[in-house]
Structure formats: structure tokens, C-alpha cells
Write a protein that binds this ligand. Structure first.
Ligand code: M6R
Length: 623
């Protein structure tokens, strides 16, 4: 899970664009994918010049300032999340081999690298890093000088046939100074098409400042880009076609826009993310028209089980969705972590609908689970935020969330957009299968349409939550309780705090409290409680209010998230955070927001890098 960028330009068409600047800009935008080290290599005056540095792109920029690189029209760059080898300077990419004649950057894992290294060592090669990438680069160089007779694309084909695992590799060579050759297998790579210039990126944000025209590539393909265009072949050398598309993301959407962090900005983007995800998906009567779901309606009608697969925050969105889908469609619905699903021999057949949730569309665990489900005969619908990414490409259909680029490692707007999209899917299935009357669907849609404004209200009241985060900055542990749809919200609140504030946090189902977790409560323990609507079903509200009393009696500091007008909570709460009234199933879209603001506030207060928390990367593209 690294970020990769490539650029080649024609100076007479694009005299303003220097490879180093273009590549560095791409790396800054892709840094969310990994930030253990960064590096660039450019070609100029018959030579490859490289700089690389452990740490973030800023450290690389400082290194380049200290030791400048020449002007150039051809360059590659890399920002790394370490897998093989520590995040040191020497393990950073690019790896320059063949006496400085070839430079390579790589994302992914080459599983058979030990065997290949031994083979190359036997031929007399030595290695200076601990990385699998240096092995791949050396194999490429060996093949280029040997059997491929100086043909870089051919050498890449032959090398890829020897590599096992998942990888994207970009290579430049002094013997082919007008081109970058890149290979892709189970790891992302997108081509950007400019005028007199071409780009490569792990995703479109790698070149979004320069062009809106892009091309998807399939697995097992190799592309050669020159300033004039691109040419794709398979690993066997057969000509292949890419799929051209126009990038809908706005370059400005991938900027901080005056906020302190991308996370803060993305929290503020949430009303728009929900609005845009709803847009164009129903008519004025509330009839859903999900044209992109081109799966035979008779198949969707015969579905007898739904399995939602995802990881992390996306899995919590799936847990929220389960309550709605089962309620609306009366189809048994399971939610499973993709990596658990994949390896437990799940019962899946052609009547199973698998819904794969992923912001990035590149999470390897989810991708593998999608493949597994399809092999068993299931239909797979992806719900994804990143156009052209692997999961939608491999699914039978995709319902895109329109949250715009999510840069911060901690997912916020994608979560709310995923819930929105799964709700649309649930309503669509209910419409198709006749589980709900048209006016019932219409009224749910009308409630969904009110949510962006309500989310805005919650954001507008953030000062109270920000004050709480300052007050609680020294807490050693924070607990979160919720019931029904409030339970996944509690899990999500805890995850946010763990990942960006490095603070111990746990989410529990409130009903589970007396079965164990209540033993954790002692004087001063902060506990967030998500209170269901008092107008909601059964006696859920009363039960959660009892839970608040139980923990308060044992010394907890209770921070209660409750609807406006819910007075019953006042006497038992140390703090009440108000959210607008809404039906129970809509509540996660509101109750999550203060928890995001709280985590962002605590991390900021502690002085941590909110957007790039330690040890993490935005998309986990290795298993
Ligand atoms: O791109 P995906 O939605 O597939 O990513 C899944 C998880 O890795 C992701 O949600 C992760 O848990 C976030 N860092 C949470 O904030």
C-alpha cells in the first residue's frame, strides 16, 4: 500500500511542466497511501538521478533542496508503507540498479522474492536493501540485458511472468529515455492522458491537477507511456485495450481548503457527500432508478441471503445497513469482515447477494473475498467511492458513493456515504421485491433527503464537542455504548479514537454491559452513550437510559448523544450532545458526527498528525 506516480512530457507542448514538480505534487496527494519514506527518480542528460528519504514527502523535499535534481521531462516517484524492510533510506524507492541505468518503484508484495534473490545471487548479483523491490528491479535489469535484448516492455513482460504476489511496478531506463513501462497485478494503477504528456498514478489523485482524462488497466497488463500516448499489452505480449473515463473528482476537493487537517475538512464535506450520493437515484415520486445495477432483476428477486463484506469503518457501515436491509427487505443479512469471510468456507451460492463495501476499492482482503464469493456463484454488488478501482471492476455491478476524494486515513465522509448507498440498495431491493409500498419508500427517501441539513446542524454545534476533547485529552481510556444501529456507531467512535488519538477505546452493545464490560467502569471513566430516539421502536430508549444510570452510579463520566427534546437523559448525563430528531434508522448518520469531531479534537490537542496516523495507510492493499 504505497503511492506511485509517473510522468513523461514533451517540453515543446508542455514547457511549464517539469517532471520533478509533477511527480512531487502527485506524491503529496498520494501520501495518504503510505508515509514511511518517499523517493523520486528523473532522467536527464543521459542519466538517471534519484533522491530518497525515510519519512514523509516533506523530508524528501528537504533532501532535494539540499541536493537538487536536474530539470527533466521523465520521472517516477514513490511514497511507501513498509512491508519488506524497515522504513530506512536504503529501503526506500526508487531502487536504482544496473550501475545506475534502471530505476524502479513498486507497490505490493512479491511473495517469491527470497527464491528469486537466491537465484540472482548465484549469478553474482549483490543486494544493498532488504526489499523485495530491489530483487524485482535486479531481475528486470538482468532480463533487459539478457533475453529481452534492451526492450524494456519485453523485459517487463518476462519479469512479471516470474513474479508471484501482487504488484505495480514502474521502470525507467537510460536506454529508453522517452518512456515509462509499468506493470499491474492485483495492485492499483491508472493512466492519465494529457496533451503532450502522460501520467501514471496509484489512483487518479496522482495526476488530478493536470488532467481529467484517465484509463483503467486490467490485471496482468503492462503499459508503456510516452509523451504522445500509451500502449497496453498483456504479460504475454498480446495487445490489450484500456477503458477510458473522465475523472469527476475536482482537484480542489483534494485540498485542505483552509481546514487544519483533511479529516476536519472531510467531516465538513459530509452534508455534500450524502446529498451527492442520493442525487439522481430516484424520481420525484421516490421511485428508485439505480441504472448502474445491471444485474438481472429476476436474479435480485430470487436472492435469499445477503452477505455484506468489508473491513474497518466500511464494515461498521455494513453493520448499520443490516438493520435497514433486513427491516425493509426481509432478506436474512449477515455482515462479515472480508478477511474472516474469505477463509472460513462460507455458505454462498447463486442465490446469495454479496455486497462489498470499500471506500478505496483496493482493500485486498475485500477484493479477495469478492473473488471468492463470485467463484461460489454469488452475485456481487460493490459500493465504492473510487471510480475505476479494483473492487468495482471485479464485481458484477457497482453503486458508487459520491463522497469525493477521502484523503485522511481516518474514514469519515465515506462512512456516511456508504450508509446512504446501502440504504438506497436496500430500498431498491424492497421496491423490486414488493416488500414496501411506494409511499413507504417515498417517505424513507424524504427522510434521507433531510439528513444533509441535519448533519450540517451537528457540525455547526461542534464547539461543545471540541471543548470536550480538550477537557478529556488526558483520558487513558474511553468507552462507547450503543444499541441497535447505535451499536456500530459506538464501534466506529472507538475506532476513530484508537487510530488517530492512539487512545484506548472500546465500543460495546449497551445490552452487553451487564455481561462483562460494566466491570471496567470506575470513578472518572468517560463513556459515550448513543441514545436511541424516544419515538423509536420498543423500549430501546428506556433500556439505554437505564444503562446510563447504571454506569453513572459506578462513577462514569457520561457523555450522552441524544435527540433534541429527549429530556429523560438530562438528569443522568454529565454532558449531553444534541442531534436533530430523526427516525431510528437515520440516527447513525447524525450520531457518528460528534464522535468524529471528538476524535479529531483529541488527536489535534495531543499534537498528532491527524491525517497520517502512525503505522497506518489509507488503503490496505496487502493481505
Ligand atoms: O477503502 P476501504 O473502505 O476498503 O477501507 C477499509 C478500512 O481499511 C478503512 O475503513 C479503515 O478502517 C479506516 N482507516 C478507518 O478509519
Amino acid at each position: 500500500m504505497c503511492g506511485i506516480v509517473g510522468y513523461v512530457g514533451n517540453p515543446s507542448v508542455q514547457p511549464e511542466h517539469d517532471a520533478l514538480e509533477v511527480v512531487l505534487e502527485g506524491l503529496r496527494r498520494l501520501e495518504y497511501r503510505g508515509y514511511d519514506s518517499a523517493g523520486v527518480a528523473v532522467y536527464a542528460d543521459g542519466q538517471i538521478a534519484a533522491r530518497k528519504k525515510a519519512g514523509k514527502v516533506a523530508a524528501l523535499e528537504a533532501e532535494i533542496e539540499r541536493s537538487p535534481l536536474p530539470a527533466s521531462q521523465l520521472g517516477i516517484g514513490h511514497t511507501r508503507w513498509a512491508t519488506h524492510g524497515a522504513p530506512s533510506d536504503v529501503n526506500s524507492h526508487p531502487h536504482v540498479v544496473a550501475g545506475g541505468k534502471l530505476a524502479v518503484v513498486h507497490n505490493g508484495i512479491i511473495e517469491n522474492f527470497v527464491e528469486l534473490r537466491t537465484e540472482l545471487q548465484a549469478k553474482g548479483y549483490t543486494f544493498i536493501s532488504e526489499t523485495d523491490t530491489e530483487v524485482a528491479a535486479t531481475l528486470l535489469a538482468d532480463t533487459l540485458e539478457g533475453e529481452a535484448a534492451g526492450n524494456l516492455s519485453k523485459a517487463m513482460q518476462m519479469t512479471c511472468q516470474r513474479l508471484e504476489g501482487a504488484f505495480t511496478i514502474l521502470a525507467i531506463s537510460v536506454d529508453a529515455p522517452d518512456r515509462i513501462v509499468a506493470a499491474r497485478l492485483n495492485s492499483p494503477l491508472v493512466i492519465g492522458v494529457g496533451e503532450g504528456e502522460m501520467f501514471l498514478g496509484s489512483d487518479v489523485s496522482g495526476f488530478i491537477d493536470y488532467t481529467k482524462q484517465a484509463v483503467e488497466m486490467d490485471n496482468g497488463q503492462i503499459v508503456t507511456i510516452t509523451a504522445e500516448g500509451y500502449d497496453i499489452v498483456t504479460f504475454d505480449g498480446e495487445p490489450a485495450q484500456g477503458k477510458e473515463f473522465t475523472i469527476e473528482w475536482d482537484a480542489a476537493a483534494a485540498k485542505k481548503d483552509g481546514f487544519n487537517s483533511f479529516m476536519e475538512k472531510e467531516i465538513h464535506d459530509q452534508p455534500a457527500a450524502i446529498r451527492d450520493t442520493l442525487m439522481g437515484r430516484f424520481d420525484e415520486n421516490g421511485k428508485l432508478t439505480l441504472d448502474e445495477l445491471h444485474i438481472d432483476e429476476s436474479i435480485l428477486r430470487s436472492v435469499d441471503k445477503i452477505i455484506v463484506i468489508a473491513c474497518g469503518t466500511a464494515a461498521y457501515a455494513g453493520q448499520v445497513a443490516r438493520y435497514a436491509i433486513e427491516h425493509w427487505c426481509r432478506i436474512p443479512t449477515e455482515v462479515e469482515l472480508a478477511h474472516e469471510f474469505r477463509y472460513r468456507d462460507p455458505i454462498v451460492n447463486e442465490k446469495t447477494l454479496v455486497v462489498a463495501l470499500s471506500q478505496s476499492g483496493e482493500t485486498m482482503d475485500t477484493l479477495m473475498a469478492v473473488r471468492h464469493a463470485r467463484e461460489q456463484g454469488a452475485k456481487v454488488i460493490a459500493i465504492c467511492n473510487t471510480y475505476g478501482s479494483s473492487i468495482p471492476r471485479e464485481a458484477d455491478a457497482c453503486l458508487y458513493t459520491h463522497a469525493g476524494p477521502e484523503i485522511s486515513v481516518a474514514s469519515t465522509k465515506a462512512f456516511l456515504a456508504q450508509i446512504t448507498a446501502t440504504y438506497l440498495l436496500g430500498l431498491y431491493l424492497a421496491q423490486l421485491r414488493g416488500n414496501m409500498f411506494a409511499d413507504e419508500i417515498h417517505s424513507v427517501i424524504a427522510e434521507l433527503q433531510k439528513i444533509p441539513e441535519k448533519v450540517q446542524d451537528v457540525i455547526d454545534n461542534k464547539a461543545q464537542v471540541e471543548q470536550l476533547s480538550r477537557d478529556m485529552v488526558d483520558a487513558k481510556s474511553v468507552l462507547f455504548l450503543g444499541r441497535h444501529v447505535g451499536f456500530p456507531v459506538a464501534l466506529e467512535g472507538a475506532l476513530k479514537l484508537k487510530e488517530i488519538a492512539y487512545l484506548h477505546a472500546e465500543g460495546f452493545a449497551a445490552g452487553e454491559l451487564k455481561h462483562g464490560p460494566i466491570a471496567l467502569i470506575e470513578e472518572g471513566q468517560p463513556v459515550f452513550v448513543i441514545v436511541p430516539s424516544p419515538r423509536g421502536r420498543d423500549s430501546l430508549h428506556a433500556k439505554v437510559v437505564s444503562n446510563i444510570q447504571e454506569i453513572r452510579a459506578r462513577g462514569a463520566i457520561t457523555i450522552v448523544i441524544a435527540e433534541e427534546g429527549d429530556d429523560a437523559v438530562e438528569q443522568f448525563a454529565n454532558h449531553v450532545i444534541r442531534i436533530p430528531q430523526s427516525p431510528t434508522l437515520m440516527q447513525p448518520l447524525l450520531a457518528t458526527v460528534p464522535l468524529q469531531i471528538f476524535a479529531c479534537g483529541v488527536a489535534t490537542e495531543k499534537g498528532y498528525d491527524v491525517d497520517q496516523p502512525r503505522n497506518l495507510a489509507k488503503s490496505v492493499t496487502v493481505e
